[in-house]
Design a binder for this molecule. Structure first.
Ligand code: ADP
Length: 613
C-alpha cells in the first residue's frame, strides 16, 4: 500500500524545493537578484509618487516651480523603465528555469519507473499514482513560485512599503494585515479542497482515458467497431465523466464560497484603511500626495497578494495533491541492484536428471501472490535448472507458467521462498563490461536484466524501423546489423532493414505472425546466457511453427532456456519438461518419461494429438 502522508504540504516544499534549486543554482541566484531589484523598484515608484503628486499639486497652486515637477516626473519615468526591463528579464529567467526543471523531473520520473519493482505494475494504485505524478511534475514547478517569489518578490516589497507606510502613519501596518490575513486563510482552505479533488478524480480520469482509447485508438477501434461496442464504451465514458464533473463542480462551488468570504473581509479592511487615510488628510496629518501614494501602495500589495494566492499561481498551487503524488511516486521502493539469492545455495526439490553442468537457477519453497489477490499463484515451488539446459513449462491456462517465467527472469520477487541464481549468464566482451561499469545511468536496471532475455506473449510492436525493432534489445552493445539481418532471415523476414514499421509515422504494418517473428529475433539478438520464450509462436501458423521450434533448439544450444508453451508436441525440443498444475510443479522429465508416468501430461498430449488425427 502507498504511504499516507499527513504533512504533505510542508514535506513537499522541503523535498521538492531543494531538488529544483539544485537543477540550476546559478540561474536561481540571478533570478532572485533580478526579482528583488524589481520589487524594490515597484516600492520606490510608490514612494516617488508621493513627491510627484505633491509637486504637481504645488505647481497647480503656484507654491512650487515647474522644474521641480519635471525633475520628479523624469525620476519617476526612469525608475518605471528600469522596473519594466527587470520585469521582462525576470519572466525570461523564470521560463528558462521552468524548462530546465521540467527536463530534470521528467528524467527522474523515467529513471524511477525504470527502477520500480516490476510487480508494482500489477498494482492498480501505481497507475493512479503515476498519472498523478506526471501531472504533479508540471504543478511542482509552480510550487517553486510559492516558495520562491514570496521571498524574492513579495517580502522586499512589503518591507519597503511597510517602512514607508510606517513613516507616514504607524497604524497603517495593522490595516494592511487586516486585508491580507483572510486571503492567506482562504488560500490554505483552497489547497486542501483541491488536494482532495486530485485524489478523488485520479481513478475515474484514468478510466475515462481508457474508454476513450477503446473507441479511438488504433489498437482497439477495429474490434470495438466490429463488435458494435462503440455505444457501450461511449456510455461508460460519459458515466465516468459525470462523476468527474460533479466532483469538479463541488470543488468549484466550495472554492467560490471561500473566495467570496475572503473578499468580503478584505473589502471591509480596505474600507477601514480608506477611512483612516481620509481622516488623516482632513486633519492635515498627511499630505494629499501621501494619501494617494499609500492608497496606491495598498492597492499594489493587494494585487500582488491576489496574484500569488488566487490568480494563475494560486490555481496551480491548488494542485498540491498532484505534487504530493509526484513526491510519493519518487519515494516508492526501488529494485535492488542485486537479485536476492544470487549467491549459490544447496540444490533442492526437482533436480535435473538430463542435463550436465552446474545449477543455473534454484527455486526453494517459492510462493507468489499478485497484489490485490487473495490466493497464491505459485505454491511452494522447488526446482533447479542447470547451466545450458532447455526446460519447457507445460500446463493448463492459469497454472502459473507465465508467472514462473517472470520469477525466473527476476522481474518479480517471490512472496516467500528464495530464487538463487548461481552466476551471471552474461558473455560480454571485457571492454563493453568496463564501459557498463562506469556508467551510473540505470545501474539497477542493468544489474537486474544483465545477460537475460525474453520473448513475451504480449510482445511490443515498436513504431520504429525494422532494424531498430530488433536492435533495441541490446542497445548497450555496438550495432551488429549482420547479426540482426541473419536472425530476421532465419525467422523468415526478408524486408529491408530500414523498413519503417510505424503506420502512424508514414510506414507500413505487418501481419501478427510477422510481428511475432520480429519479436523472437529481438529476444534472441540480445547477448544473453538465459532466455525465457513465453508462447513465442502463438501468432504463427502450425506448419511454420514446427520449423521455428527446431530453430529454437538450435539457437538455445549452449544457453539456459525456459520455453513456456501450450503445444505439448513442441515441448519435446526441451531437455526436460516441467508439468505445472494449479501453481505447483507436479512432475518433470523427458517426453517419453512423462508419457509413461504422468497422467496429466498424457491427457494433455493425447487431447492435442486428437486434433491432428
Ligand atoms: P499461465 O501462464 O499458466 O496461463 P499465468 O501465470 O499467466 O498462467 O497466471 C496464473 C494465475 O495468476 C492465473 O490464475 C491468473 O488469473 C493470475 N494472475 C495473473 N496476473 C495477475 C494479476 N496481475 N493479478 C492477479 N492475478 C493474476
Amino acid at each position: 500500500m502507498l504511504k499516507k502522508n499527513n504533512n504533505a504540504f510542508l514535506k513537499t516544499i522541503r523535498v521538492m524545493f531543494p531538488k529544483m534549486v539544485r537543477s540550476c543554482p546559478g540561474l536561481f541566484a540571478l533570478s532572485a537578484l533580478v526579482s528583488i531589484a524589481n520589487s524594490l523598484c515597484m516600492g520606490i515608484l510608490i514612494w516617488l509618487s508621493q513627491n510627484l503628486y505633491d509637486v504637481v499639486i504645488g505647481a497647480v497652486s503656484g507654491e512650487t516651480g515647474k522644474p521641480g515637477v519635471v525633475r520628479a516626473a523624469l525620476l519617476y519615468g526612469a525608475v518605471t523603465v528600469v522596473n519594466q526591463i527587470l520585469n521582462g528579464l525576470s519572466v525570461y529567467i523564470m521560463n528558462v528555469i521552468f524548462d530546465i526543471i521540467n527536463r530534470d523531473i521528467t528524467w527522474e520520473l523515467h529513471r524511477k519507473s525504470d527502477r520500480l519493482k516490476a510487480i508494482n505494475f500489477e498494482n492498480e494504485q501505481i497507475y493512479n499514482q503515476f498519472q498523478k505524478a506526471v501531472q504533479g511534475r508540471d504543478e511542482a514547478i509552480f510550487l517553486l513560485f510559492i516558495c520562491f517569489t514570496p521571498f524574492t518578490c513579495h517580502l522586499p516589497l512589503y518591507l519597503f512599503l511597510g517602512s514607508y507606510f510606517y513613516t507616514v502613519d504607524p497604524k497603517f501596518i495593522f490595516a494592511v494585515a487586516l486585508i491580507f490575513l483572510p486571503v492567506c486563510l482562504g488560500y490554505y482552505f483552497k489547497i486542501k479542497a483541491k488536494e482532495r479533488l486530485v485524489d478523488d478524480t485520479a481513478a475515474p480520469a484514468r478510466k475515462m482515458d481508457y474508454y476513450k482509447q477503446c473507441i479511438t485508438s488504433r489498437e482497439y477501434f477495429k474490434e470495438t467497431r466490429i463488435l458494435g461496442a462503440v455505444d457501450f464504451f461511449r456510455n461508460l465514458f460519459f458515466e465516468v465523466m459525470g462523476v468527474v464533473n460533479s466532483l469538479e463542480m463541488k470543488y468549484k462551488t466550495r472554492s467560490l464560497r471561500i473566495d467570496l468570504l475572503c473578499k468580503l473581509v478584505t473589502l471591509t479592511g480596505y474600507g477601514v484603511v480608506l477611512y483612516m487615510l481620509f481622516s488623516d488628510v482632513v486633519a492635515g496629518a498627511v499630505s494629499v500626495g501621501a494619501f494617494a501614494a499609500v492608497l496606491n501602495g495598498i492597492g499594489l500589495l493587494f494585487d500582488e497578494m491576489k496574484e500569488l494566492v488566487s490568480g494563475d499561481i494560486g490555481e496551480n498551487i491548488g494542485s498540491m495533491g498532484a505534487v504530493k503524488s509526484l513526491l510519493e511516486f519518487l519515494e516508492l521502493p526501488e529494485e535492488e541492484e542485486k537479485i536476492p539469492g544470487r549467491e549459490a545455495g544447496s540444490p533442492a526439490g526437482i533436480s535435473s536428471e538430463n542435463a550436465s553442468g552446474s545449477a543455473a537457477i534454484k527455486l526453494k519453497n517459492v510462493c507468489f501472490r499478485y497484489p490485490n489477490s487473495e490466493t497464491d499463484v505459485l505454491k511452494d515451488l522447488n526446482l533447479e535448472i542447470r547451466e545450458g539446459e532447455t526446460v519447457a513449462l507445460v500446463g493448463q491456462n492459469g497454472s502459473g507458467k507465465t508467472t514462473l517465467g517472470k520469477i525466473l527472469l527476476g522481474l518479480y520477487e517471490p512472496t516467500s521462498g528464495t530464487v538463487e541464481l548461481a552466476e551471471r549468464w552474461e558473455t560480454i566482451p571485457e571492454e563493453t563490461a568496463d564501459r557498463r561499469k562506469h556508467s551510473d545511468d540505470g545501474k539497477a536496471n542493468k544489474a537486474r536484466t544483465r545477460g537475460v532475455s525474453a520473448v513475451f506473449q504480449d510482445f511490443r510492436r515498436y513504431k520504429m524501423s525494422l532494424k531498430e525493432n530488433v536492435m533495441i534489445s541490446d542497445i548497450e552493445e555496438p550495432e551488429d546489423e549482420e547479426k540482426a539481418r541473419a536472425l530476421l532471415e532465419s525467422m523468415g523476414i526478408g524486408l529491408p532493414m530500414d523498413t519503417n514499421l510505424a503506420v502512424e509515422f508514414g510506414g507500413i504494418d505487418l501481419s501478427g505472425g510477422q510481428w511475432q517473428r520480429i519479436a523472437i529475433a529481438r529476444g534472441i539478438y540480445r547477448n544473453c546466457g538465459f532466455i525465457v520464450l513465453d508462447e513465442p509462436t502463438a501468432a504463427i501458423d502450425p506448419i511454420e511453427e514446427s520449423a521455428l521450434y527446431h530453430k529454437f533448439a538450435e539457437i538455445t544450444r549452449g544457453r539456459t532456456a525456459v520455453l513456456v508453451t501450450h503445444r505439448i508436441g513442441a515441448a519435446k525440443i526441451a531437455d526436460r519438461i516441467l508439468v505445472m498444475e494449479e501453481g505447483r510443479c507436479t512432475d518433470a522429465g523427458t517426453h517419453e518419461q512423462l508419457m509413461g508416468r504422468c497422467a496429466e501430461y498424457r491427457r494433455m498430449y493425447n487431447a492435442q494429438a486428437e486434433w491432428y488425427r
